[in-house]
Ligand binder design. Structure first.
Ligand SMILES: CC(C)(COP(=O)(O)OP(=O)(O)OC[C@H]1O[C@@H](n2cnc3c(N)ncnc32)[C@H](O)[C@@H]1OP(=O)(O)O)[C@@H](O)C(=O)NCCC(=O)NCCS
Length: 177
């Protein structure tokens, strides 16, 4: 299944997507924004991608964000922790390269994925966590209709500093297409 706007396509993972994902782990900026502490081996990344390629598990849906202009894999967007009893899930997104920030890809990908979550996955509530030092992401989420609902105080320890994690959510009737 694919989902499309004029500039991006959400498509299933492929084996070769491991490469840009692997490259993205070299970005200190992206690791900080996603709170990625761990160091990964290439094998672990290949396994991660292989797991995404397998038919979506019942508690997760994941897509590669592809730029229509050059068909590059520019990021990933995932709804996980799907709770069928309570019609809820959690969303996360990361672009692979800082040079692709600010081109509208993130907004479009989150918007498409949230629409998919409500329409296809029949969710009622989609939540996320974002670190307080990420005003760009917070702006994108608010633009789409996410509402701040709480703060996990000092949830991230990064470079000797504690950072709050803001929890946000959107309910199905709050979604702005
Ligand atoms: C967060 C992320 C998904 C956003 O995607 P993007 O493609 O860069 O964002 P867009 O180009 O769609 O939109 C950026 C918006 O933020 C605004 N913005 C940029 N910097 C900002 C800042 N410092 N403060 C507030 N708003 C800011 C832009 O003006 C734009 O808003 P507008 O369309 O209303 O003008 C992407 O930057 C990313 O993957 N970052 C690294 C990983 C990450 O932070 N993931 C989220 C973890 S919760």
């Amino acid at each position: 299944m694919t989902l499309k706007t004029e500039t991006i396509t959400l498509r299933p993972f492929r084996t070769e997507d491991a490469e840009p994902l692997w490259q993205s782990l070299e970005s200190e900026t992206i690791n900080r924004l996603t709170g990625t502490h761990g160091t990964f081996t290439r094998e672990q990344i290949d396994t991660y991608v292989a797991n995404q390629i397998k038919a979506d598990s019942d508690d997760r849906a994941s897509f590669i964000i592809e730029a229509n202009v050059d068909k590059r894999a520019v990021g990933e967007v995932v709804i996980n922790e799907i709770d069928r009893d309570n019609h809820s899930g959690n969303i996360r997104i990361a672009l692979f390269d800082e040079t692709d920030f600010g081109k509208g890809y993130g907004t479009q990908a989150v918007r498409l994925m949230v629409g998919f979550g409500f329409r296809e996955l029949k969710l009622h509530r989609i939540s996320l966590g974002v670190y307080a030092f990420n005003p760009r992401a917070i702006h994108v989420y608010e633009k789409i209709g996410f509402v701040k609902e709480g703060v996990l105080r000092d949830a991230l320890y990064w470079n000797g500093e504690y950072i709050d994690e803001i929890t946000m959510s959107i309910l199905e009737h709050e979604y702005k297409v």
